[in-house]
Design a protein around this ligand. Structure first.
Ligand SMILES: Nc1ncnc2c1ncn2[C@@H]1O[C@H](COP(=O)(O)OP(=O)(O)OP(=O)(O)O)[C@@H](O)[C@H]1O
Length: 286
């Protein structure tokens, strides 16, 4: 699309994100849970976290195991109320499920009794779109994710990568303004994973949605994103670094990691993350 800004332009946009109304804003978010160890105590998973994602920006959030990445995504999606702080999507407070958002999680949520096409159109059906129209749109999306001819296959007859494609189409057919993904490709083998990451980038660059992408994989975060936010180890996770990724697009995730600029960013982020990963690892061993 010729209206898209250049890589530099997007990075400037990302830096200026705070000045323009963001697609998603988490401001001074705190999340406290009842403690699992002490029945009278609490556990502070997230402390004083402010994250803003601009319209059309792809932002990854990385951090040590168990630090609170999914908790932040759950708050942004409205699945979980923050203990305190503000959550806004496109300028409006998020109350209940965030209707501007589409979701994709580590395990796909395909309905095994429905064919691939029936899964893809499920959201449209629930929204009351006529069956004929829903199926036409569903077929078009099956084609966009490379699954023409598999409309009548059931999820259990499909590979992990194919099921992810169905899940992508199922989410994108609803045309969400912001996409929230929680380690969506972590269960896939390396080759399939890279194919899916490239697939995601192709789809993203065509429609340029805002993306909040949770991962513990630094390479994946850099290869996909305009910006990477690093979280500290818990308890009380919070952002400890933010890195603009100015690598040119379109990107091939298998190749881009060889570029000197990629490796420079990776070293810079790892410098910030290393201590936190060690802390997280030590905590998980306890
Ligand atoms: N409902 C809950 N009650 C108590 N503690 C919880 C609850 N949900 C999450 N936690 C704790 O909050 C912390 C953050 O969890 P969260 O799942 O957000 O981390 P994560 O970074 O996504 O983990 P992972 O890297 O394993 O995906 C963890 O210590 C977890 O045990």
């Amino acid at each position: 699309m010729n209206s898209q800004p250049s890589a530099e332009g997007r990075a400037d946009f990302a830096r200026a994100g705070a000045a323009i109304e963001p697609a998603l804003l988490l401001e001074n978010v705190v999340c406290t849970f009842p403690s699992r160890e002490n029945p009278n105590g609490t556990y502070c998973a997230v402390s004083d976290t402010t994250i803003s994602i601009a319209e059309g920006e792809f932002v990854s959030i990385v951090g040590p195991t168990g630090c609170g990445k999914s908790t932040l995504l759950n708050v942004a999606s409205g699945l979980l109320d923050a203990t305190s702080g503000r959550v806004e999507c496109r300028g409006a407070p998020v109350a209940g499920i965030n209707r501007h958002a589409g979701y994709m999680f580590q395990s796909d949520a395909l309905m095994p009794w429905r064919t691939a096409l029936e899964n893809v159109v499920a959201g449209l059906e629930f929204a009351g779109v006529a069956k004929r129209e829903a199926e036409d749109r569903g077929r078009a999306w099956m084609a966009r994710v490379g699954l023409s001819g598999f409309e009548h296959s059931y999820p259990h007859h499909m590979s992990g990568g194919m099921r992810k494609r169905v899940a992508l189409a199922q989410m994108l057919i609803l045309d969400p303004a912001i996409i929230m993904m929680d380690e969506p490709f972590s269960a896939l083998d390396v080759q399939t994973r890279q194919l899916m990451e490239n697939e995601l980038l192709d789809l993203w660059s065509a429609d340029r949605k805002s993306v909040m992408f949770i991962t513990h994989d630094l390479e994946e975060a850099i290869a996909l994103s305009d910006r990477v936010i690093c979280l500290s180890a818990g308890p009380g996770t919070h952002p400890i670094g933010e890195f603009v990724v100015n690598l040119p697009r379109p990107r091939n995730v298998a190749e881009i990691s060889h570029s000197p600029e990629f490796q420079r960013i990776q070293r810079e982020i790892w410098e910030v993350l290393r201590q936190e990963v060690l802390k997280g690892y030590a905590q998980n061993k306890k």
